[in-house]
Design a protein around this ligand. Structure first.
Ligand SMILES: *Cc1c(COP(=O)(O)O)cnc(C)c1O
Length: 395
């Protein structure tokens, strides 16, 4: 189609195996020479989960792609026993990468024998910065939207103005929560946010594991929780997670305000990642290839509290850019021990560090806001990411 439209494409960038039949067409256009096709192709994997890589029975492949010669080509580069779309793409690409350093390690173990590079994801700074912060950055760091590295100079912006921008974004979100749910959240309470696809490996309900702990934290200093997210229609476990959140919401009704916002989309995500105080991330390691919502939060001075997986391994400096939950990525401990360590960290840090700092050490909180912008947003943005793709993969 691109050829027919007259584009002269120099490189084809395949994202996930879904796109890999492109390489079949390129083989046919290049006298079946794999080296010519490899020169043209780049492959990026986005999932460290084995089941996330599409594999198809050759019977089905034969039914769908009627040309016997095509099926034989797929078999030659895509696996003898079944057609693995990722393998097919990797065998026909000169450059292969994962989306964080950690994800590249995990992918290398999943697909031994392939050199899998790392290009860490980033988010588009302007898109994910709230109007309140955009105005501030415009004034103090002009042209930041085209050169997000400038955010490293966030120190130019007075803390009071950063706080005011955050306050406005928070008010905007809380107003929306109250309008939609009638729950009556307030602007002063430490607000913890979690919005993602509702699916098991993301563990949205980890923080709801021990309600007694939550009650204790809430006595130390008031907290409120906002969740948002959709489950895939076929993901029964994902739908159950939403029911579980509603159940806890009822149980804690008179103690801790919890809201669940429906119809999660980019507009709601933008409000969530800018309007809470703390961005919570608790996936099962090592299944979060990158995760990007925490990068969005950082662009708005929202502080990350996250397990050490995906991008956070590269963004995290304890007490400087935010907080970790659970073991370091290379710690060799059992699944049970990991879960205990995660719960302990999560509740311990909320009780002893996050809540007291929010209510009693505002200067310390301002440092975290500054560092989220200056040390995270200045790096974890798509301008930096694209430069890496161009210099490492495309040229
Ligand atoms: C950013 C975003 C995501 C991805 O967030 P993760 O942290 O990677 O899970 C998903 N959906 C929407 C609407 C988003 O804005």
């Amino acid at each position: 189609m691109l050829n027919a439209l007259g584009f002269k494409v120099r490189k084809y960038h395949m994202n996930e195996g879904h796109s890999s039949l492109l390489a079949l067409e390129l083989l046919k256009q290049n006298s079946l020479d794999p080296n010519k096709v490899k020169e043209l192709c780049i492959f990026t994997t986005h999932t460290p989960v084995e089941a996330g890589h599409d594999k198809f029975d050759y019977g089905l492949v034969g039914d769908l792609i009627q040309d016997k010669n095509d099926v034989e080509i797929l078999r030659k580069y895509g696996g003898q026993n079944y057609f693995d779309t990722s393998i097919f793409a990797m065998n026909l690409s000169n450059y292969i990468n994962g989306v964080t350093k950690r994800h590249s390690q995990i992918s290398s173990a999943l697909y031994p024998g392939y050199k899998i590079h790392a290009i860490t994801n980033g988010v588009h700074s302007y898109t994910w910065t709230s109007p309140y912060f955009r105005k501030l950055y415009d004034r103090y760091l002009p042209d930041w939207e085209n050169e997000p590295e400038l955010l490293i100079r966030v120190g130019e912006i007075p803390d009071t103005e950063l706080w005011e921008a955050h306050w406005n974004a928070k008010r905007n979100l809380i107003d929306e929560v109250n309008k939609k749910t009638g729950i009556g959240m307030d602007y002063d309470t430490l607000t913890i946010g979690f919005s993602r696809r509702m699916t098991s490996y993301k563990r949205p309900t980890l923080i709801l594991s021990d309600l007694e702990m939550l009650r204790n934290i809430n006595k130390r200093g008031k907290i409120q929780l906002i969740f948002a997210g959709k489950a895939h229609p076929n993901d029964e476990a994902g739908k159950q997670i939403i029911r579980d959140i509603y159940k806890v919401m009822k149980t804690l009704r008179d103690e801790i305000k919890i809201a669940f916002l429906e119809n999660y989309n980019m507009d709601l995500a933008a409000k969530m990642v800018s309007g809470v105080d703390v961005w919570l991330n608790t996936p099962n390691c090592p299944y979060e290839a990158s995760g990007t919502s925490g990068m969005k939060a950082a662009h708005n001075g929202v502080v990350n509290l996250s397990v050490l997986d995906g991008w956070w391994i590269e963004g995290w400096i304890e007490d400087v850019t935010g907080w970790s939950i659970g073991p370091k990525p290379d710690e060799k401990i059992s699944i049970e021990e990991t879960r205990l360590a995660e719960l302990k960290d999560l509740y311990y840090k909320l009780y002893y560090i996050v809540v007291p700092m929010y209510y009693e050490q505002q200067d310390e909180w301002f440092k975290l806001i500054n560092n989220s912008i200056g040390m995270i947003a200045s790096y974890f943005n798509s301008h930096r990411m694209m430069r890496y793709y161009v210099t490492e993969a495309y040229l």
